[in-house]
Write a protein that binds this ligand. Structure first.
Ligand SMILES: [Zn+2]
Length: 97
């Protein structure tokens, strides 16, 4: 089941599924719009890949809401968001034997 919203630090974000998602002219799997409280993902994504992209965009929302986006270079935030795609997954689903 595809989620339609998510709470990030208590803030409601809508999740929209977009055909051929493009951001600033580039084909993208996902994006997050802080002021609109919206996460958009390409509607071709399913299963694990969909949830991986959602975790990535939710992490961007945490950075945006906290103000860290304004303090960190964009490539640092991006690297942390990529790391969190798998870090949170491993912790929640594969961790603690
Ligand atoms: Zn990103």
């Amino acid at each position: 089941m595809e989620p339609n919203s998510v709470k990030v630090n208590g803030v409601h974000f809508d999740i929209e599924y977009v055909t051929n998602l493009h951001i600033e002219g580039e084909n993208c799997e996902g994006g997050m719009w802080l002021s609109e409280r919206v996460i958009k993902v390409d509607d071709s994504l399913v299963g694990d890949r969909l949830h991986r992209v959602l975790r990535h965009e939710v992490m961007h929302a945490y950075f945006g809401l906290s103000g860290l986006t304004e303090l960190l270079p964009a490539n640092v935030e991006e690297a942390i968001c990529v790391m969190s795609e798998t870090a949170s997954y491993e912790y929640l689903y594969d961790g603690f034997n």
